[in-house]
Design a protein around this ligand. Structure first.
Ligand SMILES: Cc1cc2nc3c(=O)[nH]c(=O)nc-3n(C[C@H](O)[C@H](O)[C@H](O)COP(=O)(O)O)c2cc1C
Length: 372
């Protein structure tokens, strides 16, 4: 069976338009940005923008909060408004601002409180509840925490294999994720440091779960889901036992298959070409540049159509989509210079939206002129 590929929840990134693109390119399941429970209860309109979905496949809404009462209430409201497939509780965000308010990874300081939140949320919802955690230094402590959430009622658990002190650097501790996978009976989703097909293969191989979640590698790069899927589909077609081998053995397998290129098996030859380009290519070629530009255009259309411009800084998003383009420094400056001296008051939403629509059109003109 092919791996299930989840897109990670990412604040300021995984808005509905972004998730729709991820899904279009093959993501099996997407998560919203985190929605703060108190913010929602005090009328912050962000929840309306973040929680709804234009995806067709299942998706999860993530909530951050610091107490059972407000998280449960927010969960009920979000369930009623959007009927997501899962409501996820954020227990992994290490940002000092979030931690100071007792949300995110600070919930991992108190196993009892974390479990209470899960059982209270489960008791008020019809929707399955999941959680996303980080790890502790000590693997027994991590497994105990994960088990307590399972006992409290979560139906799946995403584990980012880093401690909160590590933020996003250092290696992902796949050994700890493996221990959680073998100690729990619910599905575990492994997360951390996947940037390509081989990285995904390593994570699956080392953790023992074929549910993987990808974060940073997807930013401005929705096509990565297509490439990941193609990687595994091609491996299956070539008869490579990818579930049971590591990346080195996988590469050896590919190399040995290369000799069959010469035998004239054209179908297999084209499969090999595809998989090789996925493994061995780091630079963006013209085809991929065109793909990114076409994705950016579609992204802008989806943002406009779904009235999301008021809270999307389109210049920043354009920089993400064009990362790695030839001459990207000059392009960066060119985009930054657009509307530099136009000051739109942030509270004039209509003017702000109008300005961002014009900006996105100008960015697209620049991209067409420079790269197509
Ligand atoms: C810009 C950004 C925003 C993030 N926001 C969230 C969030 O809202 N909720 C959450 O659980 N994790 C959040 N994360 C963590 C990711 O979901 C993921 O766990 C982390 O990036 C590790 O995966 P990766 O190595 O594939 O990037 C965020 C990460 C980044 C880079």
């Amino acid at each position: 069976m092919l791996p299930q590929i989840f897109s990670a929840p990412m604040a300021d990134v995984t808005n509905p338009a972004c998730r729709a693109l991820f899904e279009m390119h093959g993501a099996d399941f997407t998560f919203t940005e985190m929605i703060n429970s108190d913010g929602l209860l005090y009328g912050d309109s962000f929840a309306n923008d973040a929680g709804f979905s234009i995806t067709k496949k299942p998706y999860g809404i993530q909530i951050s909060g610091n107490n059972s009462k407000s998280i449960s209430k927010a969960a009920e409201i979000l369930e009623d408004m959007f009927s997501p497939s899962v409501i996820d509780i954020n227990m992994g965000c290490p940002s000092p601002r979030i931690m100071r308010s007792g949300c995110g990874a600070s919930l991992m300081n108190d196993e009892k409180l974390a479990s209470q939140i899960i059982s209270d949320v489960c008791s008020v919802l019809k929707t399955p509840v999941s959680a996303k955690i980080r790890i502790f230094e000590n693997s027994e402590k991590t497994v105990s925490f994960a088990k307590s959430l399972e006992c409290a009622g979560i139906s799946s658990l995403a584990v980012h294999g880093r401690t909160r002190e590590m933020f996003y650097s250092g290696t992902c501790n796949t050994k700890q994720i493996r221990e959680i996978v073998s100690s729990l009976s619910i599905p575990v989703i492994a997360n951390g440091n996947v940037f390509d097909g081989l990285g995904a293969l390593s994570l699956i191989n080392e953790t023992g779960t074929s549910n993987i979640m990808i974060g940073r590698a997807t930013i401005g790069n929705p096509f990565i889901f297509f490439k990941m899927k193609r990687f595994f589909k091609t491996a299956e077609k070539l008869g490579i036992d990818w579930q049971n081998i590591g990346p080195e053995e996988f590469k050896e397998n590919i190399n040995s298959k290369r000799s069959t290129e010469k035998t004239g098996n054209l179908e297999q030859f084209s499969e090999l070409k595809q998989i090789n380009s996925t493994i061995f290519k780091n630079v963006l070629d013209q085809t991929e540049i065109e793909q990114r530009i076409s994705d950016f255009k579609l992204y802008c259309k989806l943002i406009e159509k779904n009235n999301l411009y008021s809270r999307i800084n389109i210049k920043a998003h354009a920089q993400w989509f064009t990362k790695g383009f030839p001459d990207s420094c000059k392009l960066r400056l060119q985009i930054n210079d657009l509307h530099k001296n136009i000051k739109v008051p942030l509270n004039d939403i209509d003017a702000l939206v109008e300005d961002r629509i014009i900006l996105s059109k100008k960015i697209i003109e620049i991209l067409d002129e420079r790269y197509l």
